[in-house]
Design a protein around this ligand. Structure first.
Ligand code: SF4
Length: 360
């Protein structure tokens, strides 16, 4: 049976009408699914019993299951979720005062092969569906409520496993679901879509306007980008920056440039000067992130002094810079780490059976 969470709101309306009911029933149903976050049709008490029974016969209502949880001393919570086909995927809740920013995944594994990223090392298994992507928020809200942590996921960032622009159709569906005013109601300003930028696909930000762009640049030169991000670097860095300069943004919006500082690779003052030259004509703000090393990856975290010197040079040159504190360092909070660890544990305890999502 098809999972009802896969439908966008207009599709749900059509489906409800095809079942012989008026469209306002679809609105009520949508609110149960996406605003109240009810997991059983039987709990939808303002729907007629006949309708609820029909829904139970014709539709599944499947949430991802929480497979494993890690909680950091700084309050960061990482959930490893099991999808209906057994695939494992991560989502992270990052606290900010009483609220949380949730980092969403959009693929099982990733096709981009960034060499500093645990997910990149897994390879690509499959795209997530729009419903699976959006349902991560339902699970997170439920987790926060059940553990007395409030229930507010304030902001969303598509910065977990996967490259959103290589799964755009399903990512777009998830954005339509998450932004619907009768449901979770995330506005464009509360959703950031982080991408390493794919040639020919960047116009989605201007045309569709469902999320704010953040570009994972991570390198000041083509050569360094090729070594860190071989998939993304197929689009030469100068062309990428030129395309960003032409990107349509609303008044006062700027492109966010994400830059992970990695010891000895891209964190020197010379790299900072190269970055200044590269971005000198782009309306942007720069988000620096100190690398959080993962198991089996040779790169290391930068020295705190080098991070501060890099940041200061950019500021002196007139850039708006934020230094994102690396949260959850005592858990496997960087993208793909928990899944890699959990998969290793499962493999060592399940005799010769391979991983169930194909990502060895
Ligand atoms: S950093 Fe992002 S795009 Fe690169 S491999 Fe990891 S998940 Fe994919």
């Amino acid at each position: 049976m098809r999972n009802i969470l896969e439908l966008t709101c207009p599709e749900l309306e059509e489906a409800v009408q095809a079942m012989g009911h008026q469209s306002f029933r679809a609105r009520q149903l949508w609110q149960w699914l996406w605003r109240k976050g009810v997991r059983e049709f039987s709990a939808m008490t303002n729907l007629a019993r006949d309708f609820r029974e029909q829904l139970m016969r014709e539709w599944a209502l499947d949430w991802p299951e929480v497979h494993e949880v890690q909680t950091s001393s700084d309050g960061t919570v990482k959930l490893l979720l099991r999808l209906a086909d057994g695939a494992l995927v991560e989502t992270v809740l990052i606290p900010d005062k009483e609220r949380y920013t949730q980092c969403l995944s959009c693929q099982i594994g990733c096709p981009m092969g960034c060499t500093f990223c645990s997910t990149g090392l897994m390879g690509f298994s499959r795209n997530m569906t729009g419903g699976e992507i959006a349902a991560q928020v339902l699970v997170a809200r439920d987790y926060l409520r059940a553990h007395g942590l409030g229930d507010e996921v304030k902001n969303l960032v598509y910065m977990g496993m996967g490259e959103p622009l290589t799964n755009w159709d399903e990512v777009r569906r998830s954005l339509q679901i998450l932004s619907n005013a009768e449901g979770l109601e995330f506005s464009r300003r509360r959703i950031t879509l982080s991408t390493c930028a794919i040639k020919g696909k960047m116009d989605v930000f201007g045309i569709e306007g469902l999320a704010l762009p953040a570009i994972s640049l991570h390198a000041p030169t083509q050569e360094i980008r090729e070594s860190l991000m071989p998939g993304a670097a197929r689009w030469p860095i100068e062309e990428l920056i030129a395309a960003l300069q032409g990107m349509e943004l609303k008044a006062r919006e700027r492109v966010t440039i994400e830059y992970i500082l990695i010891k000895g690779v891209n964190d020197s003052l010379q790299h900072a000067r190269q970055l200044v030259r590269l971005l000198s004509h782009l309306k942007c703000k720069i988000n620096l992130i100190a690398y959080n090393p993962g198991p089996g990856i040779e790169y290391a975290a930068p020295a705190p002094g080098d991070v501060l010197a890099f940041e200061e040079l950019l500021r002196k040159k007139g850039f708006t810079v934020t230094l994102r504190k690396s949260k959850g360092q005592d858990i496997a909070a960087a993208c793909g780490q928990l899944k890699t660890e959990a998969q290793g544990r499962m493999n060592s305890t399940t005799s010769k059976e391979g991983p169930n999502d194909g990502t060895a």
